[in-house]
Design a protein around this ligand. Structure first.
Ligand SMILES: [Zn+2]
Ligand SMILES: [Zn+2]
Length: 61
């Protein structure tokens, strides 16, 4: 069993409100090396380049 890179608590706290794409260190998610999530203010983890495409693939399998 592998532990996640960051605790769940941290993942729930870290979210961004980027008006632009999330590929720069101005994005809180990118800064912490995390993917954007639905909790993110503007991108909701779907409309940016920092979205978690891998986990979407995992859900389909
Ligand atoms: Zn962002
Ligand atoms: Zn984002």
């Amino acid at each position: 069993m592998t532990l996640p890179a960051a605790p769940d608590r941290l993942l729930k706290i870290i979210r961004c409100c980027c008006k632009q794409n999330c590929d720069s260190s101005r994005c809180t998610c990118t800064k912490y090396g995390l993917h954007c999530t639905p909790a993110c203010g503007d991108c909701h983890g779907v409309s940016c380049s920092n979205r978690d495409e891998l986990s979407e693939d995992a859900l389909q399998e």
